[in-house]
Design a protein. Structure first.
Length: 189
């Protein structure tokens, strides 16, 4: 359910006018523009928010599907993803190349299922039947080799990724809604 956020638009003559925007999540605003604590934005920033909110033709609600790749990376960093992942956009701008970072002593490395949950990736994207697309085959197959026989029989979500591993995720599949799984989320993954 979208919520209404009220901002102040600074006009040329040092006056302000009220501006409201419907958003799925308030953090989406900060992934598109940067503004001060007093909720004051420029006229250009207002226009930018309106343009982004209208991208998917939903009458101006700013939601995850409206964000471009750079804005999705900004949102991920606002949500603390940069603590666990290094996210870059591929040269062709079709994929996020996500490098698993070294974490603290007590934080477990992620499984493929953790990556799917953190990045909002739906079932059947990383593994499609017997096919592993997007250049992830060697990564996932190597991670699966390190699994126990019982884990291998369950599914690929149990494939354990290690620091330095790079997984490619199609940009259109990423839907960041919250913070990534940290200590507790990875402990019970």
């Amino acid at each position: 359910m979208p919520e209404i956020v009220s901002l102040n638009v600074k006009l040329d003559n040092d006056n302000t006018k009220p501006f409201t925007i419907n958003v799925e999540n308030k953090k989406f605003i900060n992934s598109v523009i940067v503004f001060g604590e007093d909720n004051t934005i420029t006229l250009e920033q207002m226009k930018k928010l309106q343009e982004v909110a209208a991208r998917e033709g939903d009458l101006g609600v700013l939601e995850a599907c409206d964000l471009n790749p750079e804005e999705k990376i900004n949102l991920a960093n606002l949500n603390g993803y940069n603590e666990y992942y290094d996210i870059k956009l591929s040269k062709d701008k079709k994929f996020f190349e996500v490098t698993i970072k070294e974490t603290g002593t007590f934080v477990c490395d992620p499984y493929l299922g953790t990556i799917k949950k953190d990045f909002g990736v739906r079932e059947g994207v990383f593994v499609q039947g017997s096919d592993i697309p997007y250049g992830n085959e060697s990564l996932i197959m190597n991670a699966k080799k390190n699994m126990t026989a019982d884990e291998r029989n369950i599914d690929y979500d149990s494939a354990h990724l290690k620091p330095g591993d790079v997984i490619r995720i199609p940009v259109e599949e990423v839907s960041i809604q919250d913070s990534p799984r940290g200590f507790w989320g990875r402990l019970f993954q």
